[in-house]
Design a protein around this ligand. Structure first.
Ligand SMILES: Cc1cc2nc3c(=O)[nH]c(=O)nc-3n(C[C@H](O)[C@H](O)[C@H](O)COP(=O)(O)OP(=O)(O)OC[C@H]3O[C@@H](n4cnc5c(N)ncnc54)[C@H](O)[C@@H]3O)c2cc1C
Length: 317
């Protein structure tokens, strides 16, 4: 049984975009700063948590508290607060879903935050800071958070920073779920960010990209996607583009498989083994997964044979 968490952070702002989609801004009482450099790297996450109500005299078999990792959407240059972009999950798997416990909280209320950032889904930990290729960031729903932090941080350090090497594709069911849209559109106008909001269940008023975020890697929509991303025809290829994906397993799997016929190689040992890719072949597709389902079932022999054929044909093997 989990023990009660000692609350050490205050909710200082909250923006509700949809009934189950919100931006939360937390102010930890204390921040553990390294002696040098920023207190986290854009793309990292922290753990937040809450206790459930304990009613005296009542037995409740659920755990007393729940903690979950959350990507940081704010930049490290915000040196007091941490921002999170959170979906209240519709079909939780646990006895005590954090997103259900925390949904009623209001500005001024307290919760738990382990303000020590961790994770390797950063530019440094994936493509490397020196990489000059376009970074195609594919985000479904709240998977946008790490990319917002990356873009914001650059502009906070230098308001004139160019973001032409970043393309953010953000997928939502409806336009109301396109969190950070105004800010990203502004970064597109002023700093050259390539921002492509994608709506999978659009109404007739939606004139932008139709489909899920990963549909930009669908081989059947390649020419359309290259144009929308500001790429020349045929330019969506590993010597010009590196891919970062964040969200649930379906988005990640579809993005990976959609790009195999252009020779994009995933950064995952098991998957690379299944695809029979040697250690000498550089990875150019990286991801952060929010759920625990396997991204691709490497034990599915028929599927793997098919994916292998596609990739090896593209790699000229
Ligand atoms: C490194 C990392 C960073 C994360 N960052 C974020 C973030 O920035 N924002 C965020 O909302 N979640 C994020 N998550 C997911 C988060 O940790 C929880 O899994 C999620 O909030 C559900 O927790 P719960 O206790 O409410 O539900 P649980 O009872 O744990 O239910 C789990 C179910 O929720 C689904 N689920 C998990 N995350 C989401 C989501 N974002 N949208 C829709 N369904 C989801 C899973 O598929 C699973 O079926 C992150 C996960 C990881 C591993």
């Amino acid at each position: 049984m989990s023990k009660l968490l000692e609350y050490n952070a205050t909710l200082v702002a909250r923006e509700d975009l949809e009934p189950t989609l919100s931006i939360f801004r937390l102010r930890p009482d204390e921040i553990h700063r390294p002696s040098e450099g920023a207190w986290f790297v854009p793309g990292q996450y922290v753990t937040i948590g809450m206790n459930r109500a304990v009613v005296e005299g009542e037995t409740d078999p659920r755990p007393l508290s729940v903690r979950r990792p959350m990507s940081i959407a704010s930049p490290p240059e915000d040196d007091r607060d941490l921002e999170f972009y959170i979906r209240r999950v519709g079909e939780p798997e646990s006895e005590l879903p954090l997103t259900h416990v925390m949904w009623p909280i209001r500005v001024g209320e307290r919760m738990y935050c382990r303000a020590v950032a961790t994770g390797h889904f950063t530019l440094e930990g994936t493509v490397g800071l020196a990489d000059r290729r376009l970074k195609l960031c594919v985000a479904a729903g709240t998977g946008l958070a790490p990319f917002v932090s990356i873009a914001r941080s650059r502009v906070r350090r230098d308001p004139h920073a160019r973001l032409d090497d970043l393309a953010i594709v953000h997928g939502a069911s409806h336009p109301s779920g396109l969190g950070y849209r105004a800010e990203l559109e502004e970064l597109a106008r002023t700093n050259g960010l390539r921002y492509l909001p994608a709506v999978s269940r659009p109404g007739p008023e939606w004139t932008g990209w139709r489909g899920r975020a990963e549909s930009v890697t669908d081989p059947g929509r390649r020419a359309e996607a290259e144009e929308a991303l500001g790429l020349a025809k045929g330019e969506l290829r590993p010597d010009r583009v590196a891919v970062l994906i964040c969200g649930l397993n379906g988005t990640i799997a579809n993005t990976i498989t959609g790009l195999l016929n252009r020779g994009f190689v995933p950064d995952n040992r098991k998957l690379r083994r299944g695809l029979e890719v040697g250690d000498d072949v550089a990875a150019n597709v990286f991801w952060e997964q929010y759920d625990t389902e396997p991204v691709i079932d490497v034990k599915n022999a028929e599927l793997m044979a098919d994916l292998r054929r596609t990739l090896h044909a593209a790699l000229g093997k």
